[in-house]
Write a protein that binds this ligand. Structure first.
Ligand code: TLP
Length: 346
């Protein structure tokens, strides 16, 4: 079996040796009593990095989104989301299941909603409608191919949200990819939103963990919701320790993943795949490409790639998603490109 090049997701990234060491050596206590110094350290570090009052360590980005949305809405209200957003499509319907919320979706341009679209998605104030209370954003936007929201775009949406009386939750599972790609700080990118989900297990390589950041009162509410969904933790410093290493050592290197994704896009285009965007418009670490029907059946293509050691998720509508991360090197990208050409006989 050849060496595996795993492009299924950046979630497949492995913890680094430094993380494993930090996990083994972490000083811990019972977080229920707020006595785990490592958990407290990552929460203080995150609050400081994002320029917010407080932060809370949680198991996953999904849990971060769940507690953030539930803390800022009431049953019966409505939430505005982008149509292909992760919260709307990939979080097992928690908006309805846990929140009693009516989602209202808006089709963005590469995942970016305009302020006018948001305004149009707010239900009128009549008693027969749900009351719209929250706007959810996603930066980077996964299913829009890792597209970034800029500081200015976020500010424009925040101005509209504030005018309309809406809070904003940002699913920033890949916010560090966005910051590195745009050369801005996460503090600037999240200055205008009320709450942020930050994932540690994607490009940052941790085995488990995410953070929510926002105001003190918001984090206090989110802490209660975390308990309600069974997310309370004990000696969680064991996993938070990896998160501290990630925040300190894994952020700047994301630029390599972005360069690798662009190169991968170019190699796929050369091999005859149809990209969602040209390689120079690949903004971060995610590439979507379609396998033209005349080249090969998409399922067969993915199976044959796997047989040659290149893993991607099953296609949807002939499209595949490829994601780079720290366990995929520039050489791996060239090797993956060669496998794609060979499989397609080109
Ligand atoms: N995304 C995963 C899958 O669920 C699709 C992936 O492989 O990309 N927000 C965004 C924008 C995400 O992409 C994801 C995970 C999450 C939240 C949830 O993270 P987890 O699954 O770690 O809770």
């Amino acid at each position: 079996m050849p060496q595996v090049i795993n492009l299924r997701s950046d979630t497949v990234s492995q913890p680094t040796d430094a993380m494993r060491r930090a996990m083994a050596e972490a000083e811990v206590g019972d977080d229920y009593y707020r006595q785990d110094p490592t958990v407290i350290a990552i929460e203080e570090k995150a609050a400081e990095l994002f320029g917010k009052e407080a932060a809370m360590f949680v198991f996953s980005a999904t849990m971060a989104n769940v507690v953030s949305v539930l803390s800022q809405t009431k049953r019966g209200q409505s939430v505005i989301l982008e149509a292909s957003s992760h919260i709307y499509n990939n979080e097992a319907g928690f908006l309805a299941a846990f929140g009693g919320l009516t989602p209202r979706t808006v089709e963005g341009d590469r995942g970016r909603m305009s302020p006018a679209q948001v305004e149009a998605a707010v239900f009128p104030p009549a008693v027969l409608h749900p009351q719209t209370s929250l706007l959810c954003l996603e930066n980077t936007h996964n299913f829009a191919g890792g597209a970034c929201l800029s500081v200015e775009q976020t500010k424009a949406l925040a101005d509209t949200a504030s005018f309309l009386g809406l809070k904003i939750h940002l699913d920033g599972a890949r916010i560090f990819n966005s910051a590195v790609a745009q050369g801005v700080s996460v503090k600037e990118l999240t200055a205008d939103v009320d709450s942020v989900t930050v994932c540690l297990t994607k490009g940052l390589g941790c085995p488990v963990g995410a953070l929510v950041v926002g105001r003190e009162v918001f984090v206090a509410d989110a802490r209660r919701w975390r308990q309600a969904v069974g997310g309370g933790m004990r000696q969680a410093g064991v996993i938070a320790a990896a998160g501290i290493v990630a925040l300190e050592t894994m952020v700047d290197r994301l630029a390599e993943d972005h360069a690798n994704a662009r190169r991968l896009a170019a190699l796929l285009a050369e091999a005859g795949l149809i990209l969602d965007f040209p390689p120079d418009e690949v903004e971060t670490n995610i590439v979507f490409a379609e396998i033209p029907v005349e080249l090969m059946d998409a399922e067969e293509f993915v199976t044959r790639l796997a047989a040659e050691g290149v893993r991607v998720n099953p296609p949807r509508d002939r499209r595949i998603r490829l994601i780079t991360h720290h366990n995929v090197s520039a050489d791996d990208i060239e090797a993956a490109g060669a496998v794609v050409r060979r499989v397609l006989g080109r």
